[in-house]
Design a binder for this molecule. Structure first.
Ligand SMILES: NC(=O)c1ccc[n+]([C@@H]2O[C@H](COP(=O)([O-])OP(=O)(O)OC[C@H]3O[C@@H](n4cnc5c(N)ncnc54)[C@H](OP(=O)(O)O)[C@@H]3O)[C@@H](O)[C@H]2O)c1
Length: 288
């Protein structure tokens, strides 16, 4: 089935860049914790780190990466353009500020964090997304970003974007976890050769995914934890999970997902779970 054998086995992106199949998340990791957490995550084996301008921890993430002693080219680093910086010039400026905070001279992956939506921007939404994307393409063509992508884009946002795009998005990072499977969106993205990354793969802070009785029952069957079952369920769909933990033992246990395989029946059982919480935000409805 899956040819992935560890967290640094890779998926191939649409421009042939390879991306480590599990990334380390840093949302809600405060700046005063992030340096140590990222250093520890790298020490435990992660080579793919996910941050964003809006997390307020890019500087600390950059320091953690430096402290690790691992060469820049052996890491895969993602950041994201925040919503207040959409538009051609602003995107270019915000990107440079991200690089400065991270103390890097290129990014592996840069994402538009959320699409501009019609609720906030009316008929201008599509134009704003197109202009933002044009800046991403220019940064990509200048060699400052190895891969460009989007986040929280639903199929209709992608369909609109690719009308004017010269470079197709390689990644869409969306919320995916048991109880929030996004099945139709994933089908669309995979049919368009866009790699899906799962944010909040464990349901995020405070969701009831890890204490759900079906998840516990399935985890017991494989002698695994519900968190490991979440991550395996994601990987088996060809999706890249981004688990976040500031605890070393969890950083390690979230990597131990390559020595078991969920049966089709267990995959289905998880697909059918009801909403168990999480952010579950509709990108067309958010007003941030
Ligand atoms: N693109 C977007 O809009 C977007 C939105 C949200 C998140 N993200 C990205 O996706 C990453 C993951 O999402 P997330 O951080 O919201 O949620 P998550 O990774 O699903 O869950 C993180 C929560 O689970 C806990 N946890 C981690 N491993 C565990 C384990 N083995 N057993 C029990 N609890 C465990 C963590 O606590 P401890 O830290 O205390 O261990 C934390 O409270 C983010 O960090 C960020 O990089 C992107």
């Amino acid at each position: 089935m899956l040819e992935l054998t560890n967290i640094n086995s890779t998926f191939n992106l649409n421009n042939e860049v390879k991306i480590p199949c599990v990334g380390y998340g840093t949302f809600r990791t405060p700046a005063d914790v992030a340096e140590q957490a990222v250093k520890e995550a790298i020490e435990t084996g992660y080579r793919h780190i996910d941050t964003a301008a809006v997390y307020g921890n890019e500087e600390a993430v950059g320091k953690g990466i430096k402290d690790s002693g691992i060469k820049r080219e052996d890491l895969f680093v993602t950041s994201k353009l925040w919503n207040t910086n959409r538009g051609y010039e602003q995107t270019k400026k915000a990107f440079q500020e991200t690089l400065d905070r991270l103390q890097m001279d290129y990014l592996d992956l840069y994402l538009i964090h959320w699409p501009a939506n019609e609720k906030q921007f009316g008929d201008d939404a599509a134009k704003i997304n197109a202009e933002t994307w044009r800046a991403m393409e220019d940064l990509y063509n200048e060699g400052k970003i190895r891969v460009i992508g989007v986040s929280n884009f639903m199929p209709h946002h992608i369909a609109e974007l690719i009308k004017t795009a010269k470079v197709a998005p390689a990644v869409d990072q969306i919320e995916v976890h048991p109880g929030w499977p996004h099945t139709e969106e994933i089908k669309y993205l995979q049919a368009h050769n866009i790699l899906v990354e799962a944010w909040a793969p464990l349901g995020g802070q405070g969701a009831k995914v890890l204490t759900n009785p079906t998840m516990i029952q399935i985890a017991d069957k494989y002698q695994k934890t519900p968190a490991q079952v979440c991550l395996r369920w994601i990987l088996q769909q060809g999706i890249l999970p981004l688990p976040k933990s500031v605890h070393k033992e969890r950083m390690i246990s979230n990597q131990n997902i390559f020595d078991f395989e969920l049966t089709d029946e267990d995959m289905r059982k998880i697909n059918l779970l009801p909403n168990l919480g999480g952010q579950c935000a509709d990108p067309d409805e958010v007003d941030f």
